[in-house]
Design a protein around this ligand. Structure first.
Ligand SMILES: CC(C)(COP(=O)(O)OP(=O)(O)OC[C@H]1O[C@@H](n2cnc3c(N)ncnc32)[C@H](O)[C@@H]1OP(=O)(O)O)[C@@H](O)C(=O)NCCC(=O)NCCS
Length: 168
């Protein structure tokens, strides 16, 4: 739990509010992130989170409980890697108030302390300055650049590769 937000697993009864906020935030999310747009897509989204290879969470306001955004730890690989890849997005009207910085920081602590991961990564498209600023605030470093790395909304998109390792 943070000072203003808490992180919890996304669940079936989030469907209505999650879809409403994702739709209201479509312009903010643009082609940076693709979230479910229907009940069917939300069910498929939830089904991805098997808690072993992926954990899906929402950032909730401690004051009132509304969803300020989402953070997932995807592509978890164990063995010699012990890493996961973060996906995150703010929901309007709660963006730009520091909630997501707090929520993603909690997700990083969860990945390191509870899941025992050694590395968390964030793949960010060039020009997504808000996302870069967020991970920079949390101490991530830019490790590289992968052309045509992830297919989002039908297009293979270049990504910068940002990462943080747990050295504690
Ligand atoms: C990237 C994204 C999640 C950032 O969310 P956000 O809500 O803007 O994040 P925050 O509110 O934590 O931080 C934004 C700003 O608010 C500021 N802020 C405002 N009030 C604040 C407060 N009370 N406390 C702390 N920070 C505050 C932060 O300092 C930060 O400033 P800066 O980035 O101008 O330096 C959001 O822009 C988004 O959803 N983008 C589209 C999806 C996306 O790109 N996802 C990532 C794909 S890689």
């Amino acid at each position: 739990m943070g000072t203003r937000v808490l992180l919890r697993r996304v669940r079936a009864d989030d469907e209505g509010r999650f879809l409403e906020l994702a739709a209201a935030s479509a312009e903010l999310h643009r082609s940076w992130v693709a979230l479910p747009r229907s009940a069917k897509e939300f069910a498929a989204y939830l089904a991805r989170f098997d808690q072993a290879s992926a954990v899906g969470m929402v950032v909730c306001l401690r004051d009132g409980g509304d969803l300020a955004g989402m953070v997932n730890i995807n592509e978890i690989v164990r063995g010699s890697y012990q890493r996961g890849v973060l996906g995150y997005a703010a929901f309007l009207p709660h963006a730009g108030r520091g909630y997501m910085t707090e929520g993603v920081a909690l997700a990083v602590r969860y990945a390191f302390d509870r899941l025992g991961l050694h590395r968390v990564e964030a793949d960010i498209q060039p020009g997504n300055v808000d996302s870069v600023r967020l991970v920079e605030r949390l101490g991530f470093r830019r490790e590289g650049f992968s052309p045509a790395y992830i297919k989002i909304e039908g297009t293979w998109r270049d990504h910068e590769r940002w990462a943080l390792t747990n050295e504690s």
